[in-house]
Write a protein that binds this ligand. Structure first.
Ligand SMILES: NC(=O)c1ccc[n+]([C@@H]2O[C@H](COP(=O)([O-])OP(=O)(O)OC[C@H]3O[C@@H](n4cnc5c(N)ncnc54)[C@H](O)[C@@H]3O)[C@@H](O)[C@H]2O)c1
Ligand SMILES: O=P(O)(O)OC[C@H](O)CO
Length: 376
């Protein structure tokens, strides 16, 4: 708990009965964290074999099968059983399944229940953040998010990990921040190895998580195609600028993007082939056809789906996000990787930060001027 919250006289009360919706890698890892914190945890799985195996062997045979799960974690395929009596809900299904799942469990979630969305993405067509999608379906819930640089396996194995718990703060939350859902959930999820931070900027936190996946694909593509480390550093830094622009345009704060859910997650995902997004980019950069990537297995690569929704949203908001546009053009319009990254490097020269309002002509034109002897 941070110092400001500690200074309040009343103690923050943790949630103690967790329902985790989605028994994939991340749902399993978060359920494990909550159970290790001493809470009752019910994990909702789709597949009866997975639920049965978790309860019988304390392992999820499909995801993280070599990681032992703690006592106190019970799996079920029955949504009512998972949600009955829960005082907090974590939503951890892929972004494409989030709305349907929220609609399915709506009758089972009492008004006022805090729901933290741990999925990273933006809904196509609506342009809604995942918390907005869930809030749209669960009108009476308090919906926030947990996000940060968190590979599921490392988290489940108990490696030191940090993440941000974000909820929009109501007037009541500002009067009593120690009692806000963000503070209560952050406290509940805090263990000796899982460290939480609290944010009241849900938009900034979620934009970081969604956009970093697309930038990671870009970094993977350049790695696979044989570009160098300089290129990756440039993409990470300029990718963060794209996050800031988008967050700000949606009412979020630029400084949130410099936190765990932005810069932190961008750094992690763009640096490691453990990331499915980075890994997809590497394979495509090596010239492997999409259908043969990951040996043809279905793998959740949020940045691939979300390149479409993020570019669409940015265009509607008139925000320039050239790295995401480049990834989109390669993934969805068949652009050539070498050509598309080359084009990125010949864009007009601009200020850094963008607030320095300078924009020079295309560098190719500048070279022509020199060749024509028209420089000074
Ligand atoms: N894996 C990580 O390291 C990690 C870390 C942080 C955040 N996330 C985010 O968590 C979300 C889930 O990722 P994951 O890694 O757990 O994915 P995963 O592929 O490991 O698991 C996905 C889970 O969702 C279920 N599912 C798939 N389609 C579904 C549908 N149509 N309806 C209902 N359930 C469905 C699957 O059965 C599975 O249990 C993603 O948005 C991802 O970006 C993942
Ligand atoms: O494997 P990825 O690329 O989906 O990344 C997983 C997490 O989002 C890392 O924080």
């Amino acid at each position: 708990m941070n110092e400001e919250l500690q200074s309040h006289r009343l103690p923050t009360l943790p949630y103690t009965r967790f329902a985790v919706i989605g028994a994939g890698a991340w749902g399993t890892a978060l359920a494990s964290v909550a159970a290790q914190a001493g809470h009752q945890v019910r994990l909702l799985a789709r597949d009866p074999e997975v639920a049965e195996a978790i309860n019988r062997t304390s392992r999820n045979p499909r995801y993280l099968d070599d990681v032992p799960l703690p006592a106190g974690l019970q799996a079920t395929t029955d949504a009512a059983e998972a949600l009955v009596g829960a005082d907090v809900v974590l939503f951890v299904v892929p972004s494409v399944a989030t709305r349907a799942m929220a609609r399915q469990v709506r009758p089972l979630i009492p008004a006022g229940t805090p729901v933290a969305v741990c999925t990273k993405g933006i809904e196509p067509s609506s342009g809604m953040l995942m918390s907005q999608v869930v809030a749209d379906e669960l009108r009476d819930a308090r919906v926030g998010a947990i996000s940060g640089p968190t590979f599921a396996r490392e988290t489940a194995l108990g490696h030191y990990t940090a993440a941000t718990v974000a909820f929009d703060f109501t007037h009541a939350d500002r009067l009593a921040p120690h009692d806000s859902p963000a503070a209560r959930l952050a406290l509940s999820m805090s263990t000796g190895f899982f460290k939480t931070y609290i944010s009241d900027d849900l938009v900034g936190v979620e934009i970081g998580g969604a956009v970093k996946n697309v930038v990671a694909i870009a970094c993977g593509m350049m790695t696979g195609a044989g570009f160098a480390e300089n290129t990756r550093a440039a993409l990470i830094t300029r990718g963060m600028d794209e996050m800031k622009q988008l967050a700000e345009a949606l009412g979020g704060r630029r400084e949130t993007v410099t936190g765990l859910a932005g810069a932190g997650d961008l750094t992690l995902t763009c640096s490691s082939r453990t990331s499915r997004n980075m890994s997809l980019g590497v394979q495509l950069g090596q010239g492997i056809p999409r259908e043969k990537c990951f040996d043809g297995k279905p793998v959740v690569v949020e940045g691939e789906v979300n390149a479409v929704s993020i570019v669409d949203l940015a265009r509607r908001l008139n925000v320039s996000i050239p790295i995401c546009e480049t990834v989109y053009s390669i993934l969805h319009e068949g652009a050539d990787i070498g050509q598309a990254f080359g084009d990125l490097w010949t864009r007009p020269i601009q200020g850094e930060p963008r607030a320095l309002d300078i924009r020079l002509s295309n560098p190719a034109q500048a070279r022509q001027l020199v060749m024509d002897g028209r420089g000074t």
